[in-house]
Design a binder for this molecule. Sequence first.
Ligand SMILES: [Cu+2]
Length: 438
Amino acid sequence: MAGATFAPAFLWAQSQADYRLEIAPLELEIAPGKLIHTVAYNGHVPGPLIRWPEGKPIVIDVINRTSVPEIVHWHGQEIPSLMDGASEEGSPMIPPGGQFRYSFTPHPAGFRWYHTHTFARHDFKRGTYTGQFGCFYIEPKNDPGAYDQEIFLTLHDWNPYLAAGGDASMDAAYDYSTIDSRMFGHADPVKVREGQRVLIHLLNASASMIHWMALAGHELTVIAMDGNPVPTPATTAAIRLGTAERVDVLVTMNHPGIWILGETREPFRKAGMGTVIEYANQQGKPRWIDPPETLWDYRRFAEPQATAHEPDQVIPLRFESKFHGPGALATWTINGKSFPRTDMIMLKEGTRYRLQMINRSADDHPLHLHRHTFEVTSINSQPLRGLLKDVVVVPANGTVEADFAANNPGATLFHCHNQTHMDFGFMSLFRYSPSAKV
Ligand SMILES: [Cu+2]
């Protein structure tokens, strides 16, 4: 078995892992009496926060106590294919009752996360519909630390069912939405004091929804996206988070009261996506105020010029859906083909590539590249530079270009992070051609 190659049996007995994740079914109480039958890490949603210094090797044992094969993907890290946690890249599946030892050197620094990387298809009790996610913070060597309090918040949607989506085809919709697996009103408030600077790490761990977030009465200063510092930190009233995206914001607590941090759209707040921010010595009911505007443009946080590095090669990728009639899930294609029949893209180490992502559909898609960080270089023909990400939302009927250096040889998955889209063809595998170097 592949597992034996990386973790000989004697090692299990000898060395202790730095972290241990047990995957098991869980009855999750998202509000009093509201139980969700799901699957989680260590009996908790989200799983444990993994906080680790950049460049220091880590060992994580994962034990699968479910009845289906599982795998854990370390999202946003530049690590070997066999440790990345995607079976398409060659990482081993962990059989029911089995375990696997992941060992790698966390990199690059910043807010990463981990989650299951299985297909769910029509089974909405699997994959990222479950509670299998957690935050992974890789501490930079020099943390500026210009804040008084730091919190991690994870967004998720529960009880998926099929509903009409963007193209009149079907997509997942949900009954409940939570922050850190609690519906609004059923979690302890976040306690703050006037004058504090609070650093909020926000992760959208939904299987397929894009969320808009705001903190009533406050402005948010975006300092990092997908864990990478942005070139132009800027203040905004609301944040858009595509599936799997992360945003780090700094908030100066300058408006005493009891406030709601929540989805800007009322139906999502009613479904539970909100939490309370409570200033010391303040009383009353939590207040919501609609943000003055909800606009989101990645370019505001970047530099408005063309990238400093020209790519060696452009890879055009055209996204389309195939409608299969009312009530059916669409299938998705990249350049006319669905995974696993999508064209394999061959990369040459040391080459700089431009992914030209052309979205010919009426949905926004959060596209994710494994094991590499890319620079977003244009959105609908408008140039930008310096914005480093691992997920980018390609707008409906729009085009986004993102450049990356082929500097991490090994199989590399590229896919839409919407679980339903990924499950029905929206995925492609990149490989490196054998090196011709002497
Ligand atoms: Cu998609």
